[in-house]
Ligand binder design. Structure first.
Ligand code: ZN
Length: 163
């Protein structure tokens, strides 16, 4: 009955250890450290810092990979296409005017949104203790539990087929 109070790791990570998902994502979206909200998350445009300068939280664990461009394309695509279709239906712009307005707007929105999406996703990974962000005490609890399951699985055939 020693660790029965935390039957799954998710409740532990989000509630007991106080890594608030939305707070961490909001801090990341504002280019701030998801842990303290003070230090800079990026040391260059899209390059995360190795660690937070304010609280020392390691930030190199992030594995945002191609998720930020995916989110950016999804959001910007829906905004620009909706706006372009809406404007065309309402005002019937000539094609050159559409190209002159929407192309630079697409580039500007994408470049602006990319670090916001990447910061929010790093905040999400930090809050959910993904990719090495979780080095709290619950990791030590999980490993013996996995070992016990493995031992039980190995023991089962012998118990069911004693001969
Ligand atoms: Zn920090």
């Amino acid at each position: 009955m020693e660790t029965a109070a935390t039957p799954n790791g998710h409740g532990t990570a989000l509630e007991d250890d106080r890594r608030r998902l939305w707070s961490a994502m909001g801090r990341g979206a504002l280019h701030r450290c998801p842990a303290c909200g003070r230090g800079a998350l990026f040391r260059a445009y899209l390059k995360p810092a190795e660690a937070c300068a304010a609280c020392g939280e390691a930030l190199f664990h992030q594995r945002a990979d191609d998720a930020p461009p995916y989110v950016t394309i999804f959001v910007v695509g829906h905004l620009i296409v909706a706006a372009a279709v809406g404007v065309d239906l309402a005002y019937a712009w000539p094609l050159w005017l559409h190209a002159a307005v929407w192309a630079p707007l697409t580039v500007a929105l994408s470049l602006g949104l990319l670090p916001v999406a990447k910061g929010a996703l790093i905040g999400l990974q930090w809050a959910l203790r993904m990719h090495g962000f979780g080095h709290g005490p619950e990791e030590a609890e999980v490993r013996p539990a996995v070992a016990r399951v493995g031992a039980a699985a190995e023991a089962r055939p012998t118990a069911r087929h004693p001969f």
